[in-house]
Design a protein around this ligand. Sequence first.
Ligand SMILES: N=c1c2ncn([C@@H]3O[C@H](COP(=O)(O)OP(=O)(O)OP(=O)(O)O)[C@@H](O)[C@H]3O)c2ncn1[C@@H]1O[C@H](COP(=O)(O)O)[C@@H](O)[C@H]1O
Length: 108
Amino acid sequence: MVSADILERLSATLASRRDADPSVSYVAKLFHKGQEAILKKVGEESLEVVMAAKDGDKLHIVREVADLWFHTLVLLAHEGLSHEDVLAELARREGISGIDEKASRKER
Ligand SMILES: N=c1c2ncn([C@@H]3O[C@H](COP(=O)(O)OP(=O)(O)OP(=O)(O)O)[C@@H](O)[C@H]3O)c2ncn1[C@@H]1O[C@H](COP(=O)(O)O)[C@@H](O)[C@H]1O
């Protein structure tokens, strides 16, 4: 299994691109273009995820979701946020389910 450390490393790379040369770095170019350009990519990649899912090719779905995750990470970095803020929000939501997760895990 691939470690979730990739999110840490990618976040560090994204942060390092703030002052990088836009002519040699895709991320630096997006940061340089600004929020509108980043949002446009997030919108495009979302649509590509939908089309891949309809298509049903699993590898295609994974690749398009990776593109979407990547561009949302760029958006978070641009807004001064990171994957950790999202993970904290998901953790906060644990336990809002009507199903008793501990009991259902014991049953399995
Ligand atoms: N994970 C990614 C990643 N995923 C997708 N992309 C780029 O996202 C772009 C958008 O893909 P599209 O399919 O929309 O292709 P496109 O039409 O050429 O895109 P546009 O130029 O029109 O936006 C492509 O150029 C991909 O190369 C990525 N670019 C970079 N990363 C990571 O970011 C790091 C830093 O990248 P640089 O900033 O380029 O050094 C890399 O080491 C990677 O870890």
